[in-house]
Write a protein that binds this ligand. Structure first.
Ligand code: KG4
Ligand code: ZN
Length: 347
């Protein structure tokens, strides 16, 4: 894919993490992420607070990414930003910064679809892992994040097809909402993951949806979890505290079951055995262990991203930008971010 060396500065600001990364071609030189603790007290992301925090974080984060990469701002060949989907106010901060940077340095500007970034996180080359091969095309990607849950057939860098997706909540939302019901802090996924280690996954039987085809649904699970806790708390006010780990393990087990059943079905229907998993929920240790266990009997080549590339990060945005840079697929000063950016070929 082109031999000339270039440096891509990527900016990711779609939700509640401000991130900047520098890539030399597809090798990661730096990937700096500033998490926004301000949302913890609210049990979810508050869009207005997220935009303000991005505004405060963006210059120090970009500065750190450029310094850690060992280059100067003048060496950057192109600057990329997340064009959507995401929170509009948050996206605007990243887009505004990237546009100013492109204008000031007279370099190309590149818009990247956030979901495209998540899917191709497997093609990043972090230091020390330059030789680990990415999945061959075609592969199936289970993309599971706080906003999306999809099974995507990936035929090439700019050629993919959504085979199934959630009709209501995303998998990450199921973790976050259940955690909120239990009184746990946001984001709930990592907290549930930790508690589940010491819990019994078979203690509580939770509702599994019956959705045809390769689509998902998680809102029924959340509701059944809520009703179960409401009834149990009437009898024992300390029910959640006493059963915290078992509740977390049972919830996680149910979500893993729902996800893996559809992934198995997608592989059976398409005959594709290259299986990749991406997005924040792919950090879940129970899911990673389960998929690793079932990979062999299903004859899968399984690709799990490094943990630092599962949740939102600018390295994945810069990687897509690298491919777009090679194809001269540039944005311009009129390009605007879109909260509900459609996901299709090319973007
Ligand atoms: O990809 P991501 O950082 O942002 C979006 O694009 O949405 O995903 C964030 C989601 C949150 O819902 C968070 O709870 C979930 O990923 N998550 C996890 C874990 N780490 C993050 N869910 C389960 N287990 C984890 N270890
Ligand atoms: Zn994401």
């Amino acid at each position: 894919m082109g031999n000339k060396e270039c440096y891509i500065l990527g900016i990711e600001s779609s939700c509640d993490d401000t991130s900047a990364a520098v890539l030399r071609n597809d090798s990661v030189l730096s990937n700096v992420i500033a998490n926004q603790d301000v949302h913890k007290a609210y049990g979810g992301v508050v869009p207005e607070l997220a935009s303000r925090a991005h505004e405060q974080n963006i210059i120090p984060v970009v500065d750190a990414a450029i310094r850690q990469a060992g280059i100067t701002a003048d060496q950057v060949s192109a600057v990329a930003f997340t064009q959507g989907p995401g929170l509009l106010g948050s996206l605007l901060v990243g887009a505004g910064f990237a546009k100013s940077f492109a204008l000031a340095k007279d370099i190309p500007l590149i818009g990247v679809n956030h979901l495209h970034g998540h899917i191709f996180a497997h093609f990043l080359k972090p230091k020390g892992k330059e030789n680990s091969p990415p999945p061959d095309f075609p592969f199936l990607c289970l993309l599971i994040s706080g906003g999306h849950t999809q099974i995507v057939r990936v035929n090439g860098f700019m050629n993919f097809e959504i085979l199934g997706q959630t009709i209501d909540d995303a998998a990450g939302e199921a973790f976050d909402k259940a955690a909120k019901i239990m009184g746990l802090p946001y984001p709930g996924g990592p907290v549930i993951d930790k508690l589940a280690h010491s819990g019994n996954p078979d203690k509580f039987a939770l509702n599994k949806p019956r959705i045809p085809g390769l689509d998902f649904s998680f809102s029924g699970l959340k509701t059944s979890f809520l009703y179960m806790l409401r009834d149990a708390l009437k009898k024992d006010r300390a029910f959640i505290e006493k059963n915290k780990c078992d509740l977390a393990a049972s919830l996680q087990h149910t979500i893993i079951d729902i996800l893996s059943a559809k992934l198995i079905e997608a592989s059976r229907l398409t005959g594709i055995h290259n299986i990749a998993v991406s997005g924040g929920v792919s950090a879940n240790s129970g899911l990673r262990t389960h998929l690793t266990d079932i990979a062999k009997p299903h004859n899968w080549d399984l690709y799990l991203p490094e943990k630092s590339y599962t949740t939102d990060n600018a390295a994945m945005i810069a990687l897509i930008a690298y491919y777009k840079f090679l194809n001269k697929a540039f944005a311009n000063q009129e390009t605007t971010p879109t909260a509900r950016l459609a996901f299709g070929n090319g973007l």
